[in-house]
Design a protein around this ligand. Structure first.
Ligand SMILES: NC(=O)c1ccc[n+]([C@@H]2O[C@H](COP(=O)([O-])OP(=O)(O)OC[C@H]3O[C@@H](n4cnc5c(N)ncnc54)[C@H](O)[C@@H]3O)[C@@H](O)[C@H]2O)c1
Length: 353
């Protein structure tokens, strides 16, 4: 229990760090304060300072982390820095909300989760889509057994053009392109809704279609640094017998969404475009999509899901409750799927994970 606002440090004040700074401000200073933030860029420090003028600002994250001062550190830099920042935050006595993708590889994930367990600190990864109302509704349907067992799923993460607001296209910083940056959202959600089974094997293929596609809409400076995959397809097998087919595409002419279609032994669940629950009832296909009109508590907005996520971890810290969204097994499994997809694509064959 905390009888004071949660004290937060934000590392990285780029696109997503600014989102966190803003949603924490919206929660109100009785709940939480950004007590410190850090970025390499003066401009971004100044922008964060407009939202949190009394917080201490630093360029070096180690100087930002005063031992025992922060309850929570949000790591919102690119993945190549996540491991060292999470470890330093844990060492300084903080719990950690780390942006997705969690780590550059499984070794880093094992090291960070091991350090957290040893220090008795909690780690959550920014899988904010789990906080959307539709996601929770579908997950409850599956885990309560109402729709039978998951058997097959298609999951997409597609955009009409590559995201270039941050260096997500630069492998040394991102650890991966469309899979690690975009598809991971819909994939994590589809696995979680499907009961979080353990992955067994992966067969993946990856390509880069940029700059043959979309080349003219991206600056020459970014084009010169763009070395990540922008198309990734995969088949993942799980220990409950379910198979998942994945498609991530940053140069998609048709799809612009994070979406999944989950087939179970009794029906088919689709999370959006449009949200639908169709069931087999005595041989007939019956539409069981709930009526959502007028429900004030139903919210699938992207920014809102980040606010719900931050409010959840902050609220639990205040009440002395454990974070329950993910466990270490789920975080390691997601890292195994991501690592496995890149390894399988490199080798050109299916691999065990
Ligand atoms: N959950 C979501 O909806 C969502 C949305 C966007 C990005 N993200 C994730 O957030 C992370 C950051 O992405 P972004 O789009 O904000 O990138 P970005 O490039 O806009 O921001 C990253 C910031 O980190 C700073 N930085 C880099 N190295 C640093 C260091 N050593 N010390 C301090 N600051 C440092 C950079 O100067 C930059 O301002 C990524 O992991 C990305 O996948 C999540």
């Amino acid at each position: 229990m905390l009888d004071r606002p949660v004290r937060i440090g934000v590392i990285g004040c780029g696109a997503q760090g600014q989102n966190h700074c803003r949603v924490i401000r919206e929660l109100g200073e009785t709940e939480a304060v950004v007590a410190a933030f850090c970025d390499l860029s003066e401009e971004r420090l100044a922008k964060a300072g407009q939202l949190w003028p009394h917080a201490r600002a630093a360029k070096d994250f180690r100087k930002m982390l005063e031992p025992g001062d922060l309850d929570l550190v949000i790591v919102a830099t690119m993945p190549n820095t996540h491991a060292s920042m999470c470890l330093a935050a844990i060492e300084a006595g903080a719990n950690v909300l780390c942006e997705k993708p969690f780590m550059m590889n499984l070794e880093e994930a094992v090291q960070v989760l091991g350090a957290a367990a040893k220090a008795g600190k909690q780690v959550q990864v920014g899988t904010n889509m789990r906080y959307m109302s539709t996601s929770r509704y579908l997950r409850d349907l599956v885990v309560s057994g109402q729709v039978g067992d998951p058997v097959f799923c298609k999951a997409w993460g597609c955009h009409h053009s590559p995201p270039v607001w941050g260096p997500h296209y630069e492998l040394a910083k991102s650890g991966g392109g469309v899979l690690a940056s975009t598809l991971i959202h819909g994939l994590d959600l589809a696995i979680w809704v499907g009961g979080a089974p353990n992955p067994v094997s992966v067969s993946a293929s990856s390509r880069r279609l940029f700059p043959g596609k979309r080349g003219s809409v991206v600056s020459p400076e970014i084009t010169a640094r763009f070395d990540a995959e922008d198309l990734l397809t995969a088949l993942v097998r799980f220990d409950n017998g379910a198979t998942y087919v994945l498609e991530g595409n940053w140069c998609d002419e048709v799809k612009d969404w994070h979406r999944f279609e989950l087939v179970t032994t009794r029906g088919t669940l689709i999370n959006n475009t449009p949200f639908s629950v169709k069931m087999d009832e005595e041989g007939k296909v019956v539409d069981r999509t709930p009526e959502l009109q007028g429900r004030e508590d139903w919210n699938d907005g992207w920014q809102e899901s980040i606010r719900f996520q931050d409010a959840d971890v902050i609220g639990r810290l205040r009440q002395g409750k454990a974070w329950e969204l993910q466990d270490h097994r789920q975080l390691l499994n997601m890292q195994k799927v991501v690592d496995g997809c890149y390894e399988s694509a490199r080798l050109g064959r299916e691999i065990a994970v």
